[in-house]
Write a protein that binds this ligand. Structure first.
Ligand SMILES: Nc1ncnc2c1ncn2[C@@H]1O[C@H](COP(=O)(O)OP(=O)(O)OP(=O)(O)O)[C@@H](O)[C@H]1O
Ligand SMILES: [Mg+2]
Length: 145
């Protein structure tokens, strides 16, 4: 059985928490482990905060989109989209410790965290058009969903 949800919210820092909880609530039907849930929430947080901060510079008139799909067999697909400034060099942006933010505030570890918690991370971006991050995670299911 496939299941899907999509939400959009203002590019405000406080909505990072909403996005984390929304993703967690949606995958709850799959009976994930606490660890899987934490990894999903963290991955979503990192991608959403990037869209809010880097993509939109915290412009609350702009919208970030979160889509979540659950495939039969327990594969979870998380898609975070913005139509912000985009990333000039995605390969470089994905390197550990790379940041265009201030080094006191940002550690440049967001993509690295997403990569380590997910099975697959895909980043598609164009300057001036926006960024789409797609994360895939296979849940260890034993409930026959
Ligand atoms: N949605 C986005 N729109 C525009 N630029 C982005 C986006 N996501 C990431 N980037 C760029 O990629 C860089 C690396 O992102 P990453 O999340 O790894 O580190 P960071 O956000 O700078 O720091 P941290 O996540 O550790 O606070 C960012 O500094 C930014 O330049
Ligand atoms: Mg980040």
């Amino acid at each position: 059985m496939d299941n899907r949800m999509k939400v959009a919210f203002s590019a405000r820092a406080e909505n990072e928490g909403f996005a984390r909880s929304a993703a967690a609530a949606f995958v709850a039907c799959m009976d994930p482990t606490i660890e899987e849930l934490t990894e999903i929430k963290t991955g979503v947080s990192e991608a959403v905060s990037n869209s809010i901060i880097h993509g939109y510079g915290e412009d609350p008139t702009q919208m970030v989109e979160l889509e979540c799909q659950i495939r039969s067999g327990g594969k979870v697909i998380l898609i975070i989209r913005d139509q912000g400034v985009g990333i000039e060099d995605v390969e470089k942006a994905r390197e550990p410790m790379f940041t265009t933010g201030s080094t006191e505030e940002r550690s440049g570890m967001g993509f690295t965290v997403m990569e380590s918690f997910m099975d697959k991370l895909e980043v598609v971006s164009r300057t001036g058009e926006g960024t789409t991050v797609t994360m895939t995670k296979q849940l260890d299911i034993s409930n026959g969903f």
